[in-house]
Design a protein around this ligand. Structure first.
Ligand code: BT5
Length: 324
């Protein structure tokens, strides 16, 4: 159930340049003007800066620059994902804390979130820029009853959940660039890092790390990433309340995970292909010790990429460098 407070923040966040009248808020939220005033005081206490002009209305001038466990979990309507949650203003990497917790026995669905990461990481020890207060830096501990070779499917399923959240909450069309990037208009807005600990034929735990750029302005994107990275703020010209996005994202991930465990990868595969970046387009593949042109056809059930070469011969790629 969406809380009144969350709806109030959304209404104000949608129109940051304009004042929203107390009358309008009271009608939309179905509560009294006095109750609205009380909510405003509550928001100010939590770090929101509200500009109020009598007979004109209210406007959010600034959002709290730090989240809290309370504000993230308040309004979270998942059944298990994120019900156990760790929030830290600053961490080296949410992945590292998640690994430590998982090794200590943290339960399936435990979530770790940081407001800032000092050593945020991508694949192959690449860096992930994780500025304070600007994005969603989150790791999810899962204990799926699966064989280790199925772990890449969890990356693909998480990508589908991010796409659905972006469509329903932010009204933007994201695309999935295989295997783990989320793009908006040819720029990367999010990345997924899946790490796993396995014992013989069974996954012991998987950690899905998600980095999503939310409130960076174009100038705040580091210079070396300017050409390749974007944020929701840049794409929509609007500031977003990260808590609301996290709550919805966790709900989407929970639902896609349950569908995956119950019905297998089939239905998710279609959703993935519908959102795939450059589907049906020609790309340059660097694999099998040479570089060749290939057309993107889809993904296999195991998460591998299917392409077609210029002779229409199909090839399956598990890892390849691709010139998109
Ligand atoms: C990824 O790696 O895209 C996975 C990123 C996962 C980050 C999350 S945040 C929470 C959790 N804790 C962590 O420490 N990590 C996870 P990869 O495909 O290797 O992409 C890395 C590349 O993306 C870099 O080499 C840069 O080119 C680019 N990059 C770095 N920071 C970026 C950002 N904030 N936005 C867009 N691109 C970025």
């Amino acid at each position: 159930m969406e809380s009144t407070r969350k709806k109030l923040i959304t209404l104000l966040a949608e129109q940051q340049e304009q004042y929203v009248s107390g009358q309008k808020l009271s009608e939309e939220l179905n509560i009294s003007r006095a109750a609205i005033w009380k909510h405003m005081k509550g928001l100010e206490k939590d770090g929101y800066k509200i500009d109020a002009i009598s007979r004109v209305g209210y406007r959010i001038v600034a959002f709290p620059d730090q989240m809290s466990l309370n504000t993230i979990q308040w309004g979270l309507n998942t059944s298990w994902l994120g019900q156990r949650m760790y929030y830290e203003p600053q961490l080296d990497s949410t992945q590292s804390l998640a690994h430590k917790l998982a090794l200590e026995g943290a339960e399936h669905g435990t979530v770790v979130i940081a407001d800032e990461q000092l050593k945020g990481r991508g694949r192959l020890h690449r860096k992930w820029d994780s500025q304070k207060g600007k994005g969603i830096w989150m790791s999810i501990i899962l204990r799926p009853p699966l064989e280790p070779q199925r772990a890449p499917q969890l990356t693909l399923a998480s990508a589908v959940a991010i796409i659905d959240m972006l469509a329903s909450q932010v009204n933007v069309k994201g695309q999935i660039k295989w295997p783990n990037d989320i793009f908006i208009q040819n720029k990367k807005v999010a990345g997924i890092l899946t790490e796993m600990q396995a014992e013989q034929d069974l996954i012991q735990y998987v950690i899905i790390g998600i980095g999503l750029n939310v409130n960076q302005t174009a100038e705040e994107i580091p210079e070396d990433l300017q050409e390749i990275a974007t944020s929701l703020q840049i794409e929509t010209e609007q500031t977003w309340v990260r808590e609301g996005l996290i709550q919805n994202l966790l709900k989407e991930i929970e639902s896609v995970y349950e569908e995956y465990v119950q019905n297998g990868f089939g239905s998710i595969k279609k959703r993935w292909e519908l959102a795939a970046y450059k589907m049906g387009d020609w790309i340059k593949v660097k694999a099998m010790r040479k570089e060749w042109d290939a057309k993107l056809i889809g993904i296999q059930n195991d998460g591998a990429l299917i392409v077609e070469d210029t002779d229409k011969a199909r090839k399956v790629l598990y890892s390849a460098e691709i010139d998109w």
